[in-house]
Design a protein around this ligand. Structure first.
Ligand SMILES: Nc1ncnc2c1ncn2[C@@H]1O[C@H](COP(=O)(O)OP(=O)(O)O)[C@@H](O)[C@H]1O
Ligand SMILES: [Mg+2]
Length: 309
């Protein structure tokens, strides 16, 4: 039962087995251990049913674990439940806000729930930070989907928690609003809030998060710095564009080049085994004039597919 001060979330050998009315068992988490560094932003990824919401709900104190230990900001979530709860804000997967309240009332009510004195409340600041100040007195039911999502985030922040956990906050939100939401979340992170977020939008996770933990069938299969892990995938795509290419020479086909569209070929290659100039020299042998080339690096999506396949 040790925790490390470097971390804001410490999960040690956590297990969860659900039991239904007929005593059927579903093991959702199998002995998982991982940490989230203070001030970092971690993407928790995994296919549907992997156990992401179960983990988040245990952190939130909504679901009881079967065994294991959890520390939030150094507080044991069981033995120091109150302190642990003060340190965490959770944005659940489902929207839970009263449609007949205004954003301002929603935040005031939530602050009251946490026992925060009127003079210590940060309602206006939160409304401003999450770009809701113009709608502070509108009924929640009249807010757009994106505004409701932002209000959920504000609601999770009324007690200024050190840790913010978000369960698919951008699911079903259009591209522009998604960008805005991610920006709002990143802004909180820049102010020092430690973030754990689950999402299916891997490109956005790669752009904004520092670390990743991938969970599959209740087990953490990989955890670490996104850039470092993606760099380790020995895979790139080289594309070559021509002015006029009738057929792909057999010699190039043999190396692994494929024709993509007319005048365009590509190869999936391993940088550790093939060099770019070697590949281009192979192409140059055929005296076909090259118009342009592009190289695509591996992505978080490649890592995700490799691991969850
Ligand atoms: N309340 C519950 N009772 C029984 N089984 C559950 C319950 N909640 C989730 N599960 C099961 O636990 C597993 C993990 O689910 P969940 O944590 O929701 O995954 P995710 O959020 O990654 O999609 C699934 O097999 C799911 O069916
Ligand atoms: Mg879920």
């Amino acid at each position: 039962m040790k925790y490390n001060k470097k971390y804001d979330i410490n999960i040690i050998k956590l297990n969860k087995t659900y039991l239904d009315d007929k005593n059927n068992k579903t093991t959702a988490l199998k002995n998982i251990s991982f940490n989230v560094k203070k001030g970092s932003m971690l993407a928790l990824l995994g296919p549907n049913g992997a156990g992401k919401s179960t983990l988040i709900n245990i952190l939130a104190g909504i679901v009881n674990k079967t065994s294991g230990d959890v520390f939030i900001n150094g507080r044991n979530h069981e033995l120091e439940e109150r302190a642990a709860k003060q340190s965490i804000g959770v944005v659940p997967q489902e929207l839970v806000i009263d449609p007949y309240f205004t954003p301002r009332e929603t935040l005031e009510f939530q602050a009251g729930y946490y026992g925060i004195k009127k003079s210590d409340r940060i309602t206006l600041k939160l409304l401003r930070d999450l770009k809701l100040e113009k709608k502070e007195n509108a009924y929640v039911r009249h807010l757009s989907g994106g505004m409701k999502r932002r209000l959920m985030i504000a609601k999770a922040m009324v007690h200024s928690p050190q840790v913010l956990i978000l369960d698919e906050p951008t699911a079903g939100v259009d591209v522009t609003l998604r960008e805005l939401l991610w920006q709002n979340i990143k802004d909180l992170n820049k102010k020092g809030v430690t973030i754990l977020i689950t999402t299916h939008y891997l490109e956005e996770a790669e752009a904004l998060c520092d670390d990743v933990a991938i969970i599959n069938k209740g087990e953490i299969v990989i955890n670490g710095n996104i850039k470092k892990l993606v760099k380790k995938i020995d895979k790139k795509i080289l594309k070559i564009y021509f002015y006029n290419l009738k057929t792909l020479p057999d010699g190039l086909k043999k190396i692994g080049f494929r024709k993509h569209k007319s005048n365009e070929i590509f190869i999936n290659y391993q940088p550790s085994k093939n060099s770019i100039d070697g590949l281009i020299n192979e192409v140059a042998r055929y005296n076909i004039k090259i118009k342009d080339i592009s190289i695509k690096d591996a992505t978080l999506e490649d890592l995700f597919k490799k691991i969850t396949r």
